[in-house]
Design a protein around this ligand. Structure first.
Ligand SMILES: C[S@@+](CC[C@H](N)C(=O)[O-])C[C@H]1O[C@@H](n2cnc3c(N)ncnc32)[C@H](O)[C@@H]1O
Length: 219
């Protein structure tokens, strides 16, 4: 009799505990995954963060670290029509998410270049965790001093002024047919072949630019 009574009172409590558990756990997981991405908007977050950016010991800072949200990474790689035949260079590669995604989701080979040794260590650890360490390489160095001639796709999330510094390098080293995709920032008077503007899943406006290199050098 006593145990029946206990069962009767315990059930609503158990049901409540289960309901709270199954609602809370996915919510906490979503929050923790989402918090890896910036909740801020593509150009304004990088611009405000860049006010703190300075010249580093090993080269010029082209942009502070602000990661591209994963859904925007996907749109960039789709816009570039990345295939397993591509070699994707991300100049200023942060935690490596773009080369890693290019290798893991599109079968490409990925190369990331970053001036910050902490970012390179993080990117290498992420590549190992995602099982693509054999198809991505991270180089500690200055993007302005990197040979990008083997790239068929170059991705950028740097300031416009930095894109302009890279423009003569990219257009003298890349082969005609290479694609360049930039998150949020353009390349001066070089008109893009495509521009995609959309709201991300948080409702923030995003813009990505695509240039299909025609082989003409641009200073
Ligand atoms: C805005 S974050 C972009 C990170 C990544 N591409 C993404 O979209 O998630 C810019 C990155 O560029 C790196 N960076 C800044 N100046 C650089 C330079 N001269 N050469 C290479 N990387 C640089 C920073 O350390 C930072 O990780």
């Amino acid at each position: 009799m006593r145990s029946t009574h206990q069962n009767l009172t315990a059930w609503p409590l158990r049901a409540l505990t289960l309901a709270v558990f199954f609602n809370l756990v996915p919510m906490l997981l979503t929050t923790s995954i989402a918090s890896q991405d910036t909740p801020l908007i593509g150009s304004s977050d990088l611009l405000s963060a860049s006010k703190k950016a300075t010249t580093t010991q090993d080269g010029q800072s082209l942009a502070p670290y602000v990661p591209t949200p994963r859904e925007v990474v996907d749109r960039m790689l789709q816009l570039a029509e990345v295939t397993p035949d591509d070699v994707v260079y991300d100049l200023g590669s942060g935690d490596g998410r773009i080369p890693i995604s290019a290798a893991r989701d599109y079968g490409a080979r990925g190369v990331g270049v970053d001036i910050d040794p902490e970012r390179i260590a993080e990117a290498n650890a992420n590549a190992r965790r995602e099982g693509v360490a054999d198809r991505v390489t991270f180089i500690l160095g200055d993007a302005l001093a990197t040979d990008v001639s083997e790239a068929s796709v170059v991705t950028l999330y740097l300031l416009s002024s930095s894109n302009m510094k890279l423009r003569p390098i990219l257009t003298s080293q890349l082969s005609a047919g290479a694609r360049i995709v930039s998150h949020a920032f353009n390349m001066g008077d070089w008109q893009p072949d495509a521009v995609e503007s959309f709201n991300d899943s948080r409702g923030n406006p995003r813009t990505i630019y695509l240039w299909k290199f025609d082989g003409e050098h641009r200073p």
